[in-house]
Design a protein around this ligand. Structure first.
Ligand code: F6P
Length: 367
């Protein structure tokens, strides 16, 4: 058992998922039962709550109500999107975090989130070491985007895929009544994991993801060929970060500037306008948006989040810190935070899933 006694803080950050609370519950319950942890504090809105000294005493919460967290979607503690500066450039936030940690004698910090959250964990862990303040940090990975490097999957992803698939399914049943093109825009930030999986599961005819830049003429050709074959409608699953071949050649800054000038609310609407301009077809856009992060978590994610929460708890008991819990080949493992921080996991355009999708006739708009 750890010699280091003190309070622990649990925080949730980034875009919530349907299942983020189930893993938080695993950590809270273990922490409450762990001798070396004297008090369990929940940070309101992640690291922002720490900076603003907004902390809940989880030990005072009703046990029955805490148990409800297992089924409660979205982040019960509240979330934030707050990026800490490099401490070498500006250490104001770190000094404040240290002040709060000292105030409550915080010796354990668990942070539940995606890429930026693992970066926050890594920075805090290193800063505390650099100032000689003993504090154990553990990252717990969640994001619907599944873009966290080092883990085969993130929890929240499967629930989001189910919701996006359900949207595509519903469009399918109405699409057959019209001679139209339907575009469903799927979340995923800079990567296409959710779109790829939901697109295949929902039977999309075209899937556009950021990792495979598209050519609008290839997309319109697919629609024409389908019409010629007597298929009246075409369904496109489009990742919110999908990009054309032309735009993919731009430098990051140029592309950002172009996006800032975009006259449409998002890529799906831009594509819709382009398709309507190029061919005599009506196009309709559906954006499930934040519904993909809400509602009841799927069974897979509940099991996954429980396993990850339990593994995080095991790391506390074994006194292993500075890690993110990951899932590799069906097993929970620990990965050093510094290996994970700041790295994105993209869809590999050559992966088996893409090859198989191409074989059954799905177009990725590239050739
Ligand atoms: O990172 C999760 C995510 O849902 C992305 O898929 C999406 O781009 C982003 O968050 C949306 O963020 P916000 O909730 O700030 O609109």
């Amino acid at each position: 058992m750890s010699e280091l006694r003190g309070a622990c803080i649990i925080g949730q950050s980034g875009g919530p998922t349907a299942v983020i609370n189930a893993s938080a519950l695993g950590v809270i319950r273990t922490a409450l039962d762990t001798d070396c942890i004297t008090r369990v504090l929940g940070a309101a809105n992640g690291i922002q709550g720490v900076l603003e000294d907004r902390l809940y005493d989880m030990g005072q919460e009703d046990a029955g109500e805490l148990e409800l967290l297992r089924y409660t979607p979205s982040s019960a503690l509240g979330s934030c999107r707050y990026k800490l500066a490099e401490p070498s450039q500006d250490d104001t936030d770190y000094r404040r975090i240290l002040e709060i940690f000292r105030k409550y004698d915080v010796r354990y910090f668990f942070y539940n989130g995606g890429n930026d959250s693992m970066d926050t964990c890594n920075k805090i862990s290193k800063y505390m070491q650099s100032v000689g303040y003993a504090c154990r940090v553990i990252g717990v990975p969640k994001t619907i985007d599944n873009d966290l490097w080092g883990t085969d999957m993130t929890f929240g992803f499967q629930s989001a895929v189910d919701i996006a698939t359900d949207t595509i399914d519903r469009i399918h049943t109405t699409a057959s009544s019209h001679s139209r093109v339907f575009i469903i825009e799927v979340m995923g930030h800079k990567v296409g994991h959710v779109t790829l999986h939901a697109g295949i599961a929902g039977g999309a005819d075209v899937i556009l993801i950021p990792e495979i830049p598209y050519d609008i003429n290839v997309v319109t050709d697919v629609i024409k060929k389908r019409s010629a074959a007597g298929k009246t409608f075409t369904i496109l699953a489009v990742a919110e970060g999908a990009i054309s071949k032309e735009d993919a050649k731009l430098k990051k800054k140029q592309y950002k500037a172009k996006l800032a000038q975009r006259k449409y609310p998002s890529i799906a609407y831009e594509l819709a306008a382009e398709i309507e301009e190029k061919m005599d077809k009506e196009v309709r856009v559906t954006v499930p948006g934040h519904t993909q992060r809400g509602g009841s978590p799927c069974a897979y994610d509940r099991v996954f989040a429980t396993r990850v929460g339990a593994k995080a708890a095991e790391l506390i008991l074994n006194e292993e810190y500075g890690y993110m819990v990951a899932m590799r080949n069906g097993e929970t493992v620990k990965i050093p935070l510094e290996e994970v921080a700041g790295k994105l996991k993209y869809v590999d355009p050559q992966c088996g899933l893409i090859q198989e999708a191409r074989m059954i006739g799905i177009s990725f708009g590239d050739k």
